[in-house]
Design a protein around this ligand. Structure first.
Ligand code: BGC
Length: 267
C-alpha cells in the first residue's frame, strides 16, 4: 500500500479550514471564500477578500459559549475562568474581534465554535506495543465519522491534565479503578501544544490543543475494558504502520506522526 504522506507543518496549519468544497459544518448554505495558499497571511494584500460572516444560531444562550457582546471580553488573558490566552501568540484584535494568527480561512464570525479567539482542547494518546506493533486508542467521532484521538474541550477553570483524563474516561473507558488510571497518567509526556487545522476554524475563532502521550509499557491496560461513550461512536486500538495510510480527524495525523517518532517509528 502507498505510504501516506503526512502533512508538513508549514502547510498543515491551514488546509482543512480552507476547504471550499463542503458546506460549513451544520450550516444550510455557508461556503468559505476561496483563499489561495499565497494569500493566507494577513500581511498579503487581498482586496477582494470579503468572506461570509457566520455565527451559528445554536450558540445563542449556551452556557459554554460566548455572547455577542465583545466589549466585555478580556482578550489574551484569563477572563474570569475562561482562558483566552493562545498557546501560540498574542493575537491581534481587528474590528473588535480576535484575528486568527495563522491567517485567512475564508469565513468570518465564530462558525460553530463556542469562543471567540482560541478554543482550547486536550488530546490524550494512550498507547502500547502489542505483538511488536505500536498501537493507540482511537475513537470514531459521532460528528464527522472520522477516526480520532479521544480528545475534547477544556472546561472553564479546568486544568488541562484533568481534561485529558475526563475525556479519555468519558469517550473510551468502560470503567477503570482510580489506581490504574493514576499509574497510567504518571507516564504522561507532552508532544504538542498549539494550533489545530480544524474544519470549524474561522478568521475570528480557532482550535488549539495540548497533546499528551500516556504509554503503557508495564501491561497496565491489559485488564482494562474500552467502550465508546459521549461523542464517540466506536473505540478501538489502531496500529501504527509506516506502510499503512491513516486518515484522521483535523490535525490528528500530525500528532500521530509526532507520537510515532517518540517511539522510533518514522511515518
Ligand atoms: C476534539 C479534539 C481536537 C480538537 C481540535 C475537539 O473537538 O475533541 O480531539 O483535537 O477539537 O480539532
Amino acid at each position: 500500500m502507498r505510504k501516506h504522506i503526512l502533512m508538513d507543518l508549514p502547510t498543515f496549519v491551514h488546509t482543512k479550514c480552507r476547504d471550499t468544497s463542503k458546506v460549513y459544518l451544520r450550516s444550510k448554505n455557508i461556503f468559505r471564500q476561496f483563499v489561495p495558499d499565497e494569500l493566507v497571511k494577513w500581511e498579503k494584500p487581498f482586496p477582494d477578500y470579503n468572506p461570509p460572516d457566520y455565527t451559528s444560531e445554536n450558540l445563542r444562550g449556551k452556557p459554554w459559549a460566548d455572547s455577542e457582546n465583545l466589549d466585555e471580553m478580556r482578550w489574551n488573558e484569563l477572563d474570569g475562568k475562561i482562558n483566552r490566552v493562545s498557546h501560540i501568540t498574542k493575537y491581534r484584535i481587528e474590528n473588535k474581534r480576535p484575528q486568527n494568527p495563522f491567517g485567512r480561512t475564508g469565513l468570518q464570525g465564530r462558525g460553530t465554535l463556542g469562543r471567540w479567539g482560541p478554543n482550547h482542547a486536550a488530546d490524550p494518546i494512550v498507547s502500547r506495543f502489542y505483538n511488536g506493533k505500536l498501537q493507540f486508542i482511537a475513537i470514531e467521532r459521532g460528528d464527522t465519522g472520522e477516526m480520532a484521538i479521544p480528545g475534547g474541550m477544556v472546561d472553564p477553570g479546568e486544568d488541562v491534565n484533568e481534561t485529558l483524563k475526563r475525556e479519555f474516561t468519558e469517550e473510551a473507558l468502560d470503567g477503570i479503578d482510580d489506581k490504574t488510571l493514576e499509574e497510567l497518567w504518571k507516564t504522561g509526556a507532552e508532544l504538542y501544544r498549539g494550533y489545530v487545522d480544524d474544519h470549524r476554524n474561522t478568521d475570528n475563532a480557532w482550535m488549539e490543543t495540548v497533546v499528551v502521550n500516556f504509554h503503557d509499557d508495564k501491561g497496565i491496560l491489559n485488564e482494562v475494558k474500552f467502550k465508546a461513550g459521549s461523542d464517540a461512536k466506536n473505540v478501538r486500538w489502531l496500529t501504527i504502520s509506516p506502510s499503512e495510510c491513516l486518515k484522521l480527524y483535523a490535525s490528528h495525523e500530525h500528532f500521530i506522526r509526532l507520537f510515532a517518532e517518540r517511539h522510533n517509528i518514522h511515518l
